[in-house]
Design a protein around this ligand. Structure first.
Ligand code: PSU
Ligand code: MN
Length: 307
């Protein structure tokens, strides 16, 4: 009988107990964001990047209705490989648990579960946000609203470039989500180094991010999330002309196929991966590995502070 309690992986439980650095990782990127069979290899590489920088990885997902913080390799393999893994946002968690489902957690769900487990740092690729047709579709990722009320630092390469980036930044401001650029004052565009928008704040080191988190906790005023926007170096980004062409095609196909709701993001990412013949996949992988490394260094700096 499923007790519905969240289960911590043994290594994660030990690290949290001893106040050692832990980095949360999401599983939607594995099940829905990257193509098989690369997804499983990449999922393991992300965990390895966290370990190499001195922290314990906690990949979060749902297996047979049980929410797990720190999936083991068999569980990770299952979420990466079987059909019928649901994409779970925060609102889906209880329903999927009661249903005994297999599910992958989005940025929103991963943030909420990680914070509840006492994990303060999370690495992903690019956040969800406001979709381009949002003025008529109202399609805005639950990632934004969740980050407004969840005390976690998310290291990401900005928001996905398939979105309306300017509108997303406005919504983050309205919602009170803090945003800092990592060694930049320009907001990154996921596959692209620069999405074309200025940022008010930048930080230069993991220690500086740890200072921000310590100040937030000491003040007790703002309990929401911090986005650490970590751009790809310009020579590692997806060729901007190829990017713009592929996106225009993808948006037209979306319309043709009538794709809506939570299928939109996976559909567009899959289009990029096939239309660029793997170029976007390689870029996506580099983004995540760099973010995993930085998140781990932030977690190490923050754990040193708490000790
Ligand atoms: N970043 C990636 N690939 C992904 C995602 C993020 O590099 O697949 C996922 C995250 O789980 C994010 C979700 O929360 O896409 C956003 O989906 P939506 O737009 O439906 O909220
Ligand atoms: Mn959506």
């Amino acid at each position: 009988m499923n007790s519905f309690h969240t289960r911590l992986g043994a290594e994660v439980a030990a690290a949290l107990r001893d106040r050692r650095p832990v980095v949360a990782l999401e599983s939607t990127i594995v099940s829905h964001g990257l193509p098989r069979p690369d997804n499983l290899r990449v999922a393991r590489e992300i965990e390895q990047a966290v370990r190499a920088a001195g922290a314990v990885p906690a990949t979060i997902g749902m297996v047979g209705g049980q929410l797990v913080v720190g999936l083991d390799d068999a569980e990770l393999t299952r979420l990466a490989s079987v059909d019928g893994v649901s994409k779970l946002s925060v609102r889906d968690l209880a329903i999927a648990a009661a249903d005994g489902a297999d599910g992958a957690t989005t940025v929103a769900a991963t943030s909420a579960v990680a914070a509840a487990a006492g994990i303060g740092v999370f690495a992903t690729g690019g956040l969800g946000g406001v979709h381009r047709e949002a003025a008529t579709t109202f399609d805005e990722s639950a990632d934004l609203g969740t980050l407004a009320r969840t005390p976690i630092a998310v290291v990401c390469a900005g928001v996905k470039s398939i979105l309306d980036v300017g509108a997303t930044l406005e919504r983050l401001e309205t919602l009170g989500v803090a945003v800092v650029g990592y060694r930049t004052r320009r907001f990154p565009g996921f596959y692209l180094t620069d999405a074309g928008f200025d940022l008010d704040w930048s930080v230069d080191s993991p220690e500086q991010v740890a200072d921000v988190l310590a100040a937030r906790d000491a003040h007790g005023v703002h309990g929401g999330g911090l986005i650490v926007a970590n751009p790809l170096p310009a020579d590692e980004q997806l060729d901007p002309a190829l990017h713009d062409r592929t996106l225009a095609e993808g948006l037209a196909l979306l319309e043709r196929d009538g794709v809506t709701g939570k299928a939109v993001t996976p559909y567009l990412l899959a289009h990029f991966h096939s239309a660029t013949e793997g170029a976007s996949l390689a870029v996506n992988v580099r983004i995540i590995l760099r973010n995993a490394d930085l998140a781990a260094r932030i977690a190490v700096a923050a754990a040193g502070r708490a000790a």
